[in-house]
Design a protein. Structure first.
Length: 166
């Protein structure tokens, strides 16, 4: 086979680096051309998650962190992948919108007293949850608040009537 162009994927056994992975060239011709950088890329999204959880995937992420040429947001993203094992953000506990508003208010009004650590302890959620709540700019509209309140009342009425909530 002749030279491959950047981004070309191959399933040819001579260019494969193990089951489920292919070499993808970046920045020029793939192969032995000077300056070409090839990287291992999983063939599907499902295998990507499995690969990131594998020891090889974790080591590759650690190498990228040690490289030092990453932007701050890229470093943070890789650190989160390593911390959560490639599965992404899956909080253990959901928190009510009213509690999120209280967290934002306390931190805005009294930042010295209500630090992320103290908020985390008080509301019994992780510091990562507090960080994400404080970072978030989402505020529900009046219609969304009214709809949530309507659903809450319906659930309360069903509960009082003795039927299970949906």
């Amino acid at each position: 086979p002749g030279p491959r162009t950047a981004g070309h994927r191959t399933t040819d056994a001579t260019h494969s680096d193990g089951p489920g992975f292919v070499k993808v060239a970046r920045g020029g011709r793939a192969g032995k051309a000077e300056g070409a950088r090839a990287t291992l890329t999983p063939k599907s999204r499902q295998s990507r998650a499995e690969w990131q959880q594998s020891e090889a995937g974790q080591e590759r992420l650690r190498e990228r962190l040690r490289d030092g040429s990453l932007a701050g947001w890229q470093r943070r993203k890789i650190e989160m992948r390593l911390k959560h094992g490639g599965t992404g953000w899956e909080p253990e506990k959901k928190i009510a919108v009213s509690s999120m508003e209280k967290i934002r208010l306390l931190n805005a009004e009294f930042p010295e007293q209500w630090t992320m650590e103290r908020l985390s302890e008080q509301f019994k959620v992780s510091q990562e949850s507090i960080r994400r709540i404080l970072k978030s700019k989402f505020r529900p509209s009046a219609e969304q608040v009214a709809e949530r309140e309507r659903r809450r009342r319906e659930q309360m009425d069903r509960f009082k009537a003795g039927s299970a909530p949906e």
